[in-house]
Ligand binder design. Sequence first.
Ligand code: HEC
Length: 210
Amino acid sequence: MADSLAFNKIAGAALATGLVIFGLQNLMPVIFHQEPPAKPGYAIAVQVSTGGGAAPADVMPDWGTVLPKADVAHGQAITAKCASCHDFDAAGTNAIGPGLYGVVGRPPGTHPGYSYDQAMQDFAKTHKAWTYDLLYQFLKAPGQFMPGTKMTFVGLPESQDRIDVIAYLRSNGSPNYPIPPAKPAAPAAASDAAAPAANATAPANATAGK
Ligand code: HEC
């Protein structure tokens, strides 16, 4: 009798467990029913990170749009960071680094009288000119973009800072280097996304410029 009671208890427990599992299985879809809408949320998070300029993959600015709007005076102010190594005068004076007058559009590693290192000479073999895109990437983190360069400058992480510096560099000796036409306005959603991104970088610049 005792044995059969024990059996009943065990059987009951097993049945109860089975019921709980069965119940959970049926509840799962209910509990996770909210999951699919989470995916658009991830997509938005990705957009936010590219807008902040911190994304690992660089998205090149639309130069036809950003250059005419760039703050040249702010760019010039930032080049105080370059002045310990570079001169910007029209005579093209070389210092620790080459003279930077007219550097936009200039073939890399070719400023007269300056002795470039191997990294820059190799770079010059495959790149005909300092385009906006190349300057934008180089100035972000010179040693990362061009391993081995003797330009031991940490770089300008803020996208808008680089845009303003490039606008200043262009104004300083390369005013005729063409600005490509602005890309036609993409779908409304894209321009909506670009507007807050541009606004978001503005306060960051104000702080960085101090
Ligand atoms: C610590 C010194 C140092 C600082 C600071 C520095 N540079 Fe340089 N820069 C160099 C050196 C050295 C080279 C030559 C690199 C080589 O030969 O690889 C160079 C090369 C360059 C070149 C390539 C020029 C050419 O003729 O091909 C550009 C463009 C440039 N620098 C821009 C800048 C800008 C803009 C800043 C400031 C935001 C800056 N650099 C800050 C040392 C510096």
